[in-house]
Ligand binder design. Structure first.
Ligand SMILES: NC(=O)c1ccc[n+]([C@@H]2O[C@H](COP(=O)([O-])OP(=O)(O)OC[C@H]3O[C@@H](n4cnc5c(N)ncnc54)[C@H](OP(=O)(O)O)[C@@H]3O)[C@@H](O)[C@H]2O)c1
Length: 241
């Protein structure tokens, strides 16, 4: 990785985004992490201090004014990554589905990335890239997961279109399977550990993913100048079983 590179990670205060921040800082890259909670950002910055100094900017990517300010504060970047998601309340069967919770999924996983592309384009060099995060729900849908499944699929279609519209800027998507991150507390609460362990037994690789597995894939999408409009599946073989 070029030590002069600068990467903005929306969702960088937790899970996959935090793991990506760690690996990029270790490379010597300049890393800006964004999320809604200033406290969570401060915690993340402290957790990363052993590898480098991440810059933090509090911003809600579902709000256009926040995204405009985010780029004003951040300035030029080489890569924009979004791992942001607010999905906890939307895992429900249709009769119980709360539309406000459903809209949070749409806003955080579709509108937010759209706004990052809209306002980030002018900040990116022609050799730059954008990476979004979809997920296995689009490929192995399950009851209660309809909204997340639909939004993940829509996000991938958005990336295909933006890869054409924003060219030569490259636009790609990483699609994780089940990965051990704090999001599982939102999604499954006390049952999270048992669900993850049961899934590990089913997967061809015999384990669930770690945040660093996904960070590795995002780094590939950022670095490989010949990949655009692609979805990289990092799911331990989940689509096969
Ligand atoms: N973990 C899995 O098993 C799994 C599986 C498939 C797909 N995915 C997808 O992978 C991505 C990363 O998930 P993760 O497991 O790393 O999640 P995570 O640990 O919960 O991290 C999510 C991050 O997004 C930020 N965020 C949420 N809403 C935001 C908003 N409106 N504006 C700015 N930042 C926002 C959060 O910070 P604040 O709350 O402070 O804003 C946090 O830093 C998500 O798109 C998720 O849907 C995860």
């Amino acid at each position: 990785m070029n030590r002069n590179e600068k990467v903005l990670i929306a969702g960088g205060s937790s899970g996959m985004g935090l793991a990506l921040a760690r690996s990029l800082l270790a490379d010597g890259a300049a890393v800006v992490i964004a999320g809604r909670s200033a406290a969570r950002l401060a915690q993340a910055r402290a957790a990363l201090a052993d590898v480098g100094d991440a810059r933090t900017i509090a911003a809600d990517i579902t709000r256009e004014d926040d995204v405009v300010r985010l780029f004003e504060e951040c300035g030029a970047v080489d890569h924009i990554v979004s791992t942001a998601a607010d999905i906890g309340g939307a895992y429900e069967l249709l009769p119980a589905l709360d539309l406000a919770a459903a809209r949070k999924v749409v806003d955080s996983k579709f509108i937010g990335p759209l706004l990052l592309a809209k306002h980030g384009k002018a900040r990116l060099a022609p050799a730059g890239s954008i990476v979004f995060t979809s997920g296995i729900a689009a490929y192995r849908p399950a009851p209660r997961g309809s909204v997340v499944a639909g939004v993940n699929g829509a996000l991938e279609s958005l990336a295909y279109a933006l890869a054409v519209e924003l060219a030569p800027i490259r636009v790609n998507v990483v699609s994780p399977g089940w990965v051990d991150t704090p999001i599982w507390q939102q999604v499954a609460g006390d049952e999270a550990r048992a669900k993850l362990e049961a899934m590990a037994q089913k997967l061809p690789v015999g384990r669930i993913g770690q945040a660093a597995d996904i960070a590795d894939g995002i780094r590939f999408l950022m670095r490989n100048g010949f990949v655009t409009g692609s979805v990289l599946h990092l799911d331990g073989g989940h689509r096969l079983v």
